[in-house]
Design a binder for this molecule. Structure first.
Ligand code: ATP
Length: 235
């Protein structure tokens, strides 16, 4: 469903991503792995229209989205949970979730999707009237994921969901990502620095180093790869 070829992007005159090729099928969980500054977030920005690629194609369900606006890309079903969550702290949990319904289709389906989101994250229902800024870090991440689900994604991009969270909460969030992929056929692009957790959850992965794809393979292949073990897993 998503096929990226020859993607180049950066900031002004500085190019960060070099000829990135990767793909995701329907219902697949794909991890993008790499250390600080490797270019993962830049890749997410290029896929979601927040920066314009200087070369390459981002084919999504047969249409090239490489030069499209972020609004257009969102309408097509690529929804992102940004790094750092970016929830509206002064607004209630429910109001934040309402912000996820960004067009007619998602507004019409809001009540039904809200029910599903609350089933997945019962804590959010208990706290629906509470200001989002008063939630714990883990709950805020759950809210950010739930808000993305209200947007009815075909492809959900999770950018560093583990950042600053306790390991058991990260497991809960990755479990929801797995459920969405397995039960609802949503594709998940998981951008993570916690490589052990990412590979435990994903079907396949790509390792980015210095803005290039250095390695790709199934999660089992990457976990067994000597370079991955040494450089990222510390074993
Ligand atoms: P992290 O895990 O630390 O977020 P990352 O793999 O997501 O790392 P990026 O944020 O994509 O890395 O950064 C890749 C490179 O792009 C870095 O060298 C960074 O300094 C540079 N960069 C990121 N944002 C900008 C910007 N707005 N302007 C200029 N350079 C930037």
């Amino acid at each position: 469903m998503l096929k990226v070829q020859g993607l180049r992007a950066g900031y002004g005159a500085i190019n960060i991503l070099w000829d990135i090729d990767f793909q995701i099928s329907e219902g697949e969980i794909v991890a993008i792995l790499g250390s600080n500054g490797a270019g993962k977030t830049t890749m997410v920005r290029a896929l979601t229209g927040m920066i314009r690629p200087s070369a390459g194609t981002v084919e999504f369900n047969g249409e090239d989205l490489a030069k499209k606006s972020s609004r257009y890309i969102l309408e097509k079903g690529i929804v992102q949970v940004p790094e750092g969550r970016q929830i509206f702290t002064e607004m209630t949990v429910l109001e934040n979730l309402e912000m996820g319904a960004f067009n007619k289709k998602t507004r019409e389906a809001f009540q039904e999707n809200l029910k599903t989101a609350y089933q997945r994250f019962p804590r959010l229902e208990e706290r629906s009237r509470q200001a989002a800024g008063t939630l714990s870090g883990g709950e805020q991440q759950m809210l950010a994921v739930a808000r993305a689900l209200i947007g009815m994604p075909q492809l959900l991009i999770l950018d560093e969901p583990s950042l600053g969270l306790a390991p058991n909460i990260v497991d809960d969030i990755l479990q929801v990502a797995s459920d969405m992929a397995r039960k609802d056929n949503i594709s998940v692009l998981l951008v993570e620095q916690d490589i052990t957790k990412a590979l435990a959850c994903a079907d396949r992965g790509y390792v980015i180093e210095n803005g290039r794809i250095a390695l790709e393979g199934s999660s089992a292949e990457l976990s067994a790869n000597e370079h991955v073990k040494k450089a990222y897993l510390g074993i």
